[in-house]
Write a protein that binds this ligand. Structure first.
Ligand SMILES: N[C@@H](CCC(=O)N[C@@H](CS)C(=O)NCC(=O)O)C(=O)O
Length: 204
């Protein structure tokens, strides 16, 4: 049985949960609150010296961190990760984009606004720069999604799963989502896929 250490409210942790649900693969969820210091406790640091969730633990005890690396591992051999080298590289292109050009602005702005623990970091300069850079990332996605049904082409892949959680919640982080109609249609397309689960879903 796979174990996923994660925080229910985190988009990064939702990514592997969504993929595991889509794959109909059983797993155990262990809640680790990244806001109350739990990711800094010695027992957790022994599993992930980088002190972050999500963290996947295999039944042989090996661990894997970084949400998009976890997606790549779980998607191997499934339709969520193409076998063709170029198509696969396109998926990776969007996974790297998510981590460098999207998550640091959209997810971070969401966290600064959402969690009282982060309020001291929410300076006007930080809120302004994350808004600007986040809108830029959304414009890149909008441009792609006016030409393809999914972010890396015509098929739903882990690139969509990586970009879905924080894009889905971007309005609550102050982003002007009415500027991005193709993203809105893509969000609806993903949410209406059979087997889709919301961020609130946890395995029983
Ligand atoms: N690049 C990492 C980011 C993970 C991350 O930022 N996790 C947050 C929760 S969303 C966390 O554990 N924060 C606690 C900390 O950094 O101390 C990934 O994609 O998995």
């Amino acid at each position: 049985m796979l174990t996923l250490y994660g925080m229910a409210d985190s988009g990064n942790c939702y990514k592997p949960r969504l993929l595991l649900a889509r794959l109909n693969r059983p797993f155990r969820h262990v809640e680790v609150n990244a806001l109350d210091g739990s990711t800094r406790r010695p027992d957790f640091l022994a599993r992930n010296p980088n002190g972050q969730v999500p963290l996947l633990e295999l039944d042989d005890g090996r661990t894997l961190r970084e949400s998009n690396a976890i997606l790549l591992y779980l998607a191997e051999g499934t339709p969520f990760l193409p076998a063709d080298a170029f198509q696969r590289a396109l998926v990776c292109q969007w996974l790297f984009f998510e981590q460098y050009s999207h998550e640091p602005y959209i997810a971070v702005r969401r966290a600064l606004i959402r969690y009282p623990e982060r309020a001291a970091e929410a300076t006007p300069e930080r809120l302004s720069s994350t808004l600007d850079r986040g809108h830029r990332a959304l414009a890149v996605m909008e441009s792609q999604l006016t030409t393809t049904r999914f972010i890396a082409g015509e098929d739903y892949t882990i690139a969509d799963i990586a970009l879905y959680p924080y894009t889905c919640d971007a309005r609550s982080a102050g982003f002007e989502m009415e500027r991005f109609p193709a993203i809105a249609a893509w969000l609806d397309r993903i949410a209406s896929t059979p087997g889709h689960v919301a961020i609130t879903w946890l395995p029983r």
